[in-house]
Write a new protein. Structure first.
Length: 341
């Protein structure tokens, strides 16, 4: 039987507004036929019309196989499985850290110890705040790029192809929001041969808690510039805490009610019910921990080994436990909100 191909993906995901924008299909298409165009509220990728399967009848189906929005939706859960929960923070200074800097500390330690060769993640231009999908191989670059990108339109996983196929890294860590983590889980468990090189190269997946993401152009160039007279270079840090908190370089803070930002939320986020990145090796968020620390849900033995290595290297400190009620409350609110749509 022919594998499902990009035409099925287009009909089921792109044209129905379900695409999360994770970029997995862009990464794995062996013909490089799928891409994202730049612009405001780009909701899904496009194809150049060529497809190994559909055009030449050569077995493929890679894009369909790893899309997190094809087939049955992942069952909604709040906390998911875990080996351990902890409040953690970096044991060294990370100026741009989002919460406790634990994610950066774990990855920097892994790079320095040679446990991984590269990190696939999302960084931003600090002047324009424009995000991009990158491969980082040095801990000092990773430390410089700490912090969360909420205005995220970039297909994060698009950089995976470059990491696996062109640069041939075989020990990769990926940091991603839950939809990207779900795509990686599909890669890791798929029986599609074209996905094996990716599956064999991903050593660690760190998932970031996520309620929603905002379209870069709509939020930064639209709402904040037009209504709040804020230029991106004036912004030091964005944080979502029941509202969008904007810390400026001059020390002042502007709060924007989330209700005002509904039109900036990416369309595919409206059907997402995963707050805590249920399929990651380690999930990280701010809710559930005191300010200045990161909540870690350590889900797998692999995740535990990386956390332990960072603690051993004195790059990370951890305190057992986290406020699970607070995490469950936020996760349940997300499930309720997005199950309705
Ligand atoms: C879009 C988004 C929404 C979030 N929503 C919530 C929330 O509602 N509640 C909550 O508790 N936590 C949320 N988080 C997680 C939180 O903001 C922190 O990322 C988390 O607490 C880890 O903090 P840290 O200081 O350990 O990370 P840091 O040490 O600062 O490291 C963060 C790492 O994540 C990478 N990164 C940043 N943005 C992205 C991105 N968009 N995709 C992939 N990698 C990225 C960076 O490159 C860096 O390596 C969200 C994060 C994001 C990106
Ligand atoms: S959800 Fe990800 S894999 Fe699926 S169509 Fe969108 S970008 Fe591609
Ligand atoms: S809310 Fe869901 S779909 Fe949207 S970016 Fe976060 S994980 Fe992806």
């Amino acid at each position: 039987m022919a594998q499902k191909n990009y035409l099925d993906l287009k009909a089921e995901v792109w044209d129905t507004g379900k695409c999360s924008g994770c970029g997995a299909c862009v990464a794995v298409c062996p013909a490089d036929a799928i891409s994202f165009k730049e612009g405001e509220m780009v909701t899904s990728p496009v194809s150049n019309g060529y497809c190994k399967q559909a055009t030449d009848n050569v077995r493929c189906g890679a894009c369909y196989a790893m899309c997190p929005r094809t087939g049955d939706a992942r069952p909604a859960e709040t906390l998911g499985n875990s080996i351990e929960l902890a409040c953690a923070k970096a044991a060294f200074d990370i100026p741009h850290k989002q919460s406790g800097g634990a994610v950066t500390a774990i990855l920097a330690s892994a790079l320095d110890e040679g446990l991984i060769d590269a990190v696939v993640t999302v960084t931003e231009d600090r002047f324009t705040l424009k995000p991009s999908s990158v491969i980082i191989t040095k801990s000092d670059v990773l430390i410089q790029q700490a912090g969360s990108r909420y205005s995220w339109w970039v297909p994060l996983l698009a950089a995976l192809k470059n990491a696996v196929v062109e640069r041939k890294f075989r020990r990769i860590a990926v940091v991603g929001v839950p939809c990207a983590v779900q795509a990686l889980a599909r890669i890791r468990t798929s029986d599609n041969d074209l996905l094996k090189p990716y599956a064999n190269s991903i050593r660690l997946v760190i998932g970031l808690f996520c309620t929603e993401t905002f379209d870069y152009t709509s939020l930064i160039r639209g709402k904040l510039r037009t209504h709040y007279k804020l230029e991106p270079h004036e912004i030091r840090k964005l944080d979502v805490k029941g509202k969008l908190e904007i810390q400026k370089n001059d020390g002042s803070v502007t709060n924007v009610p989330l209700a005002e930002l509904e039109t900036c939320i990416r369309k595919g986020c409206h059907i997402c019910t995963d707050l805590t990145a249920l399929d990651a090796d380690i999930s990280a968020g701010s809710v559930g921990s005191p300010s200045g620390t990161t909540t870690l849900i350590i889900r797998t033995k692999t995740g535990k080994a990386f956390v332990d290595a960072a603690v051993r290297q004195q790059k990370l400190t951890t305190t057992p436990g986290a406020d699970t009620a607070a995490i469950e409350k936020l996760a349940t609110a997300k499930i309720r909100k997005n199950s309705k749509t």
